[in-house]
Design a protein around this ligand. Structure first.
Ligand code: NCD
Length: 353
């Protein structure tokens, strides 16, 4: 079924209007924005993530999982650097028995021959059942989902694996899962204080996670960054409209004293327009021998990775270092997400071994 709405008219719609196009039979068909998801949907996803994770511990469980979507194929269209997101999506597909194909180098895509983005997406969709994409343009995944849902008679779901500096919704899902798992015996995400640190202006993981934290009760957010890389106003307005308790500071060390979760990020200098990152002293925002003593005993430290100098590697052995577990969680959460989108999640419950 195709729709007469054109891209500029769709783009101008509010998120809630756009969401209507991203659903089929009242279920999410695409994952484009973090803001799509409510608390019930998140709770359900994390139940399935736990099921999958538990099954993966045994050979019989892993073999059973391989049958879940072995008739389906996915394409990974990743034309912006990626290691974790690409590999965790690819391995999530493989866990479910899916075969994958990929394009990673824009120079090897027909876009390099002048092909329109629209035509590339339509071509990819004709071979597979799911497209997972990462692209340097902020509205790339949104546009692909629009094309599929409004203009194609054979739409396949689109998952946004990172769209420019704007959104990284599946990172937010794995980040939330990591927090809820870490605090499962101490009240979960509700009531926790989350300290975001670093380049909050251009870090898409922080933007997506902040939005989803509004789905939980009594969460406090502290945003610690150099002034030049403070969180953009659109996101601050979003958080205020949701009555989120938000503090903005340049004082990382005092923020550390009360935080339950410390979410570190690197400087996103690939988005510099005139070398502006070079003018900022990022070192007051490092977790190192000087700042680690301020960290609470039962806090956790997260990082979407890759890391530069923000976290002293000596801290990796500390039980509060959660970033490697966080990366591994990405695979389970993404597998649960793919099973959900492809309508295979009920079978997961049937398969329990
Ligand atoms: C992040 C990204 O690509 O936005 N990495 C990731 O997906 N794990 C963070 C970053 O690149 O700094």
């Amino acid at each position: 079924m195709t729709n007469s709405i054109d891209w500029p008219a769709f783009k101008a719609q509010s998120k809630s209007e756009k969401n209507a196009l991203l659903k089929k039979n009242n279920e999410w068909f695409d994952v484009i924005y973090a803001d799509q998801f409510d608390r019930d949907w998140l709770d359900e996803l994390f139940i399935h993530t736990n099921q999958l994770r538990k099954m993966s511990k045994s050979e019989s469980g892993r073999r059973a999982l391989l049958t879940l979507a072995s008739d389906l194929r996915a394409m990974l269209f990743f034309v912006q650097p990626s290691s974790r997101t690409f590999l965790s999506f690819q391995n999530a597909c493989h866990l479910l028995g899916m075969q994958t194909s990929s394009i990673r180098n824009p120079a090897l895509s027909s876009e390099a021959k002048g092909e329109q983005f629209e035509d590339s997406i339509r071509t990819f969709s004709s071979y597979v059942d799911l497209i997972i994409m990462r692209h340097p343009h902020a509205d790339s995944a949104e546009k692909a989902a629009f094309l599929m849902n409004a203009k194609s008679s054979r739409p396949v779901p689109i998952i946004n694996g990172g769209a420019g500096p704007d959104e990284h919704p599946t990172q937010a899902l794995l980040d939330l899962y990591t927090i809820s798992h870490a605090f499962e015996d101490t009240g979960g995400i509700d009531g926790k204080e989350i300290l975001f640190v670093g380049d909050l202006k251009r870090g898409r993981t922080v933007r997506s996670l902040c939005q989803l934290l509004t789905r939980y009760d009594a969460v406090k957010i502290t945003l610690a960054s150099p002034e030049a890389f403070a969180m953009e106003n659109d996101m601050l307005e979003y958080l205020r409209a949701k009555n989120m308790d938000v503090t903005i500071t340049e004082d990382f060390k005092s923020g550390l004293q009360t935080a339950d979760v410390v979410y570190m990020t690197r400087i996103q200098d690939e988005y510099d327009t005139a070398g502006e990152s070079g003018d900022v002293d990022y070192s007051p925002f490092y977790l190192n021998q000087d700042t680690i003593p301020s960290l609470k005993q039962n806090a956790i430290v997260m990082h979407p990775l890759p890391r530069r100098a923000e976290i002293d590697p000596d801290f990796d052995a500390d039980p509060r270092a959660f970033y490697w577990r966080q990366a591994r969680n990405g695979m389970w959460v993404r597998a649960a997400l793919i099973a959900t989108l492809l309508d295979r999640v009920e079978r997961l419950t049937d398969l329990q071994v």
